[in-house]
Design a protein around this ligand. Structure first.
Ligand code: 13P
Length: 255
């Protein structure tokens, strides 16, 4: 069970899914289930669904997030969305550096670092994703990858600036594969990330930063994952699109 310093967070990442009507319906179900949740709840939705979902979530404790944003505030950046635009549309969070963006869209640690500055400046809560590939795990590079990605994303900030940051450990081999990290593997990686935070930014930031686990989280495995002392929540892909599964995940019981 997570430390009392850290309020658990269950965040859905809807990725590139759902029509507006489906988005509104799912958001209504999540909002209706929020009172029974075991922690804070968020949904990170496609850009086009943000206004619709914001309207549904109005007055509910469920937070709304984007799945990415650009680091400039405005200008000639065709196709991009700024952190300020996310905020203006009703978002309070933004996922940054998801492995799909790193792999499919060429995002680097430096990009994530610049996006983080923009998101913090806009007053949004960033969810910064890190995680190793299967090849990196099998060739004993997991710790080096996590260290590099975390240090790269968080570079150049003062500890106080980073207080709102949420980290997400998402091993790439566990995303969308049905192959979840074992609770022991998740705990080991989360503990390692917390130690990195302590080394770089001190004990207070390390102790207060929420680290979510992501990668094939389901209604069936959430309880054992949430029972780990350094697992402070979940970033949920596929199962966040299924109303019943997500409601059960929201109501996790740290076993
Ligand atoms: P799945 O839960 O579908 O494995 O996706 C995890 C993820 O990428 C969340 O950001």
């Amino acid at each position: 069970m997570t430390s009392p310093l850290r309020r658990p967070l269950i965040a859905g990442n809807w990725k590139m899914n759902l029509t507006l009507a489906q988005s509104a319906e799912l958001a209504r179900a999540v909002a209706a289930g929020a009172a029974a949740a075991s922690g804070e709840v968020a949904v990170c939705v496609p850009f086009t669904a943000i206004p619709v979902v914001a309207e549904v979530l109005r007055g509910s404790p469920v937070r709304l997030g984007g799945q990415d944003c650009y680091w400039e505030a405005q200008g000639a950046y065709t196709g991009e969305i700024s952190a300020g635009m996310l905020k203006d549309a009703g978002c309070r969070m933004a996922i940054l550096g998801h492995s799909e963006r790193r792999k499919l869209f060429g995002e680097t640690d430096e990009h994530v670092n610049r996006k983080l500055a923009a998101v913090l400046k806009a007053g949004l809560t960033p969810i910064v994703c890190v995680g190793e590939t299967l090849d990196e795990r099998e060739t004993q590079k997991t710790w080096r990858v996590l260290e590099t990605q975390a240090a790269g994303a968080l570079k150049g900030f003062a500890p106080a600036d980073l207080a709102p940051v949420v980290l997400a450990y998402e091993p790439v081999w566990a995303i969308g594969t049905g192959k979840t990290a074992t609770p022991a593997q998740a705990q080991e990686a989360h503990l390692f990330l917390r130690a990195q935070l302590k080394k770089l930014y001190g004990e207070a930031l390390a102790a207060g930063t929420r680290i979510l686990y992501g990668g094939s989280v389901t209604a069936d495995n959430v309880d054992v994952l949430m029972a780990q002392p350094d697992v402070d929540g979940a970033l949920v892909g596929g199962a966040s699109l299924k109303k019943d599964a997500f409601l059960r995940i929201m109501g996790f019981q740290a076993a």
